[in-house]
Design a protein around this ligand. Structure first.
Ligand code: NAD
Ligand code: GLY
Length: 367
């Protein structure tokens, strides 16, 4: 078992990572002084896989657990689902000593965190991420929220969990496409922060794809360490945390343009990272050897749905609504080289359209 600490003063918390963590959660919860009443939020898919045994485990350890089911899918990450949860919590007389526990992927975690941030002006919550993407990214750092029909994650709050429990074993049931979608976020950490980790990822991709438990623990721990380090320096994305959005401006726009139906979040980010890498090269930053390594590694993770039918103009509206825009300019995270970033704005739309085209061509040529 590995423990990564997120250092945020009074809001500090642990990320517990290991094989079989789910079955020892009762003990972990007690060690972390979690209140006795827990509202366990999961979607129907994850509940069928892990809900019952997990709930029984907690009950056996003396917790009073109430089950709360939500529908499965990014399109349900909206204010209506949040309202349904509020209604249920009120009906069940949840109070400020109640704890919400999000069991599932990033959608469940983001919704649960937002409910926790806002219900009774804030109640504790715990993240128990079961997708790779949620384990390496969304469960850590306290970004919570939901989508608006006009844009991704436009409604939300920074609100840190009290604990994150990551069971690497839960990845065994994750569909191949979801696993690969998470790997796009994994490679992001190497690209933006740690060239050695990028080398490791590049060299060990085939073993990682086999989901060997020790390798998964190494990879997930390193991602959590990097994220914890970044968050501890800049919790509210005023400076350093922006680097975590590498590939996300175009990625989010692609998700919105396709109504969250065509691309997994990580797949959309993969397009965004390819475009950002091309832009970095155009700006005289990464050289052609590094650009080629980035393209090969990102494309080597797995097939991406085609974006040939999506023109740049379809992405523009949502790019203009991006939270990260400043003074009406799109802020883009670029790579100086592998492992180092540079944040820049003021790009012409034509140039952004050109690098978007190159990313789309990379994917279609790779087959
Ligand atoms: P998801 O939550 O939709 O999960 C993907 C699918 O996997 C779902 O169908 C889910 O039911 C299923 N699933 C979950 N765990 C499983 C398991 N162990 N076995 C089998 N199936 C399982 O998607 P995601 O990729 O986990 O998260 C994407 C969301 O995370 C997006 O909404 C994105 O905006 C958000 N996100 C948030 C942050 C943040 O910092 N808060 C960071 C990155 C992404
Ligand atoms: N996923 C980006 C962040 O947490 O800041």
């Amino acid at each position: 078992m590995k423990v990564v600490r997120v250092n945020l003063g009074l809001r500090s918390y642990d990320i517990q990572i290991g094989d079989g963590v789910l079955s020892s959660c009762g003990e972990l919860f007690r060690d972390h002084k979690v209140g006795s009443r827990i509202f366990l939020i999961a979607n129907t898919t994850v509940w069928d896989l892990y809900g019952q045994p997990f709930m029984e485990c907690l009950t056996k350890d003396g917790f009073d657990v109430v089950q709360l089911l939500i529908p499965d899918g990014e399109r349900f990450k909206n204010i209506h689902t949040v309202e349904n949860i509020y209604t249920y919590l009120i009906a069940q007389r949840a109070d400020r000593n109640s704890t919400l526990a999000a069991l599932g992927g990033g959608v469940t975690g983001d919704i649960t965190g937002f409910v926790a941030a806002t219900f009774l002006r804030g109640i504790p919550y715990i993240q128990i991420p079961t997708t790779l993407l949620a384990q390496v990214d969304s469960s850590v750092g306290g970004k919570t929220g939901v989508n608006h029909s006009l844009g991704k994650n436009l409604i939300g709050a920074f609100y840190q969990p009290n604990l994150v429990c990551i069971d690497t074993r839960s990845l065994a049931t994750l569909p191949e496409r979801e696993f690969r979608a998470g790997l796009f976020e994994v490679v992001k950490y190497g690209l933006i922060y740690d060239a050695d980790f990028f080398d490791y990822f590049e060299a060990n991709l085939s073993t990682i794809l086999e989901r060997e438990v020790d390798v998964l623990e190494t990879v997930i721990s390193r991602c959590c360490e990097i994220k914890a380090e970044v968050i501890s320096i800049d919790e509210r994305e005023e400076n350093l945390r922006q680097i975590l959005n590498f590939g996300h401006t175009l990625g989010h726009a692609l998700e919105v343009a396709t109504q969250y139906r065509t691309f997994k979040h990580g797949e959309a980010v993969a397009y965004g990272m390819l475009a950002a890498a091309h832009l970095s090269h155009h700006e005289g930053l990464v050289d052609s050897v590094a650009l080629d390594r980035i393209r090969q590694t990102v494309l080597g993770i797995g097939p991406l749905p085609s974006a040939l039918e999506i023109s740049f103009s379809q992405l523009l509206d949502s790019i203009k609504l991006d939270k990260k825009r400043r003074d009406d300019e799109t802020v883009v995270v670029l790579l100086k080289e592998i492992g180092q970033t540079l944040i820049k704005s003021g790009f012409e739309e034509e140039l952004l359209a050109e690098v978007w085209g190159r990313a789309v061509a990379d994917v279609s040529q790779h087959g």
